[in-house]
Design a binder for this molecule. Structure first.
Ligand code: XMP
Length: 320
């Protein structure tokens, strides 16, 4: 366990000063995944080195509905650094074709991320530093000398050889709530700071079994409805994470006049402080019913929906 860290203006200024002294006049490349961590990380870096920071947002095709555009807008609204968006969907889906093992998926995604950065970095000329939004629980869970829970893609998935002088992880001492506090201190808008956590490997860890574009599209649609209804019910700020998972099970269902055989979607909503433990959110039944009605009638190919009531531990928050 780590000592308590107080997140205040002095902490932010000290972090910015430390980054300035490490990077000097060098240039840094920052990976944006769409999650809170990488955004706060980029905000910190941007404050420290401005135009010497190049942020690359890799659209892996594993993002939630409209997420790519939201990330781009947030960046242009809040940062004064360079932004590059790469559409790498085909590349990621080709690499992931036929892969069902969760750890194999994470490794492939982590490695592909790094390859994309390397290629972009080469186009940009000299880039000295690779910045990652790794936070403390990522390190604790993937950590040296501890049993491996999952290889978080920004730690365990790193390939051995990286073409950068150094990797900087400005958030590596912080828990998620502290990352959010830091984001607020750095002037990031509320909706960005209170975005629910989103894993580096994206929806890949929420598509059980083989990852295909049709499964991703089905998941995105169902997940969007779930999130929309949670927001409408005013629960979006109080629940730590809430998302849909597309399982690898198909199930028999029925419409007015025909038998169907469609996907089983799982819904998960948890409360947590630091993601190291999580308690299931007791969503009202009438809300769950509304969500089920909407998903089964609006998303083609879904025949059944289940609600996951397993805390962490013994389950992890993500299904993979
Ligand atoms: P688990 O599933 O391990 O997740 O209980 C704990 C928290 O971490 C997020 N998560 C990830 N974040 N890279 C990330 O940056 C990853 O590979 C990864 N896997 C899980 C998860 O969404 C939860 O908030």
């Amino acid at each position: 366990m780590r000592d308590k860290i107080v997140i205040n203006t002095a902490y932010a200024e000290a972090s910015i000063a430390a980054i300035k002294s490490t990077v000097g006049d060098g240039r840094a490349l920052c990976a944006l995944s769409g999650g809170v961590d990488s955004m706060v990380c980029a905000a910190l870096m941007s404050r420290a080195i401005g135009q010497n920071l190049v942020c690359i947002f890799v659209d892996t095709g594993l993002m939630r509905l409209n997420e790519g555009d939201e990330v781009e807008k947030l960046f242009y609204d809040s940062f004064n650094s360079q932004f590059i968006r790469i559409d790498a969907e085909d590349r990621f889906l080709t690499k992931l074709a036929g892969i069902t093992d969760p750890e194999a998926k994470r490794k492939i995604i982590g490695e592909e991320f790094i390859r994309v950065f390397e290629e972009e970095a080469k186009k940009l000329g000299t880039i000295d530093f690779l910045v990652q939004g790794t936070i403390y629980p990522d390190i604790a869970e993937s950590g040296v000398g501890q049993s491996l829970v999952k290889s978080h893609h920004n730690v365990g998935g790193l390939p051995d050889v990286i073409d950068f002088k150094e990797i900087i992880e400005p958030l590596r001492d912080l828990y998620k709530d502290e990352v959010r506090q830091l984001g607020t201190i750095l002037g990031m808008p509320d909706h960005a700071v209170h975005r629910q956590p989103f894993p580096g490997p994206g929806l890949a860890v929420r598509v059980i079994g083989e990852i295909t574009k049709p499964k991703l599209d089905t998941l995105r649609h169902a997940d969007h409805i779930f999130r929309e209804e949670i927001a409408k019910a005013g629960l979006d700020k109080t629940i730590w994470q809430y998302f849909a998972v597309i399982t690898d099970i198909k199930s028999v269902g029925m419409t007015a006049n025909a038998r169907t055989y469609g996907h089983v979607i799982a819904l998960r909503a948890v409360h947590s402080q630091q993601a190291t433990e999580a308690q299931v959110a007791h969503l009202p039944y009438n809300l769950l019913s509304t969500i089920v009605t909407r998903i089964t009638s609006e998303v083609p190919g879904v025949s059944r929906i289940v609600y996951d009531i397993t805390p962490k531990p013994p389950a992890t928050i993500e299904w993979e």
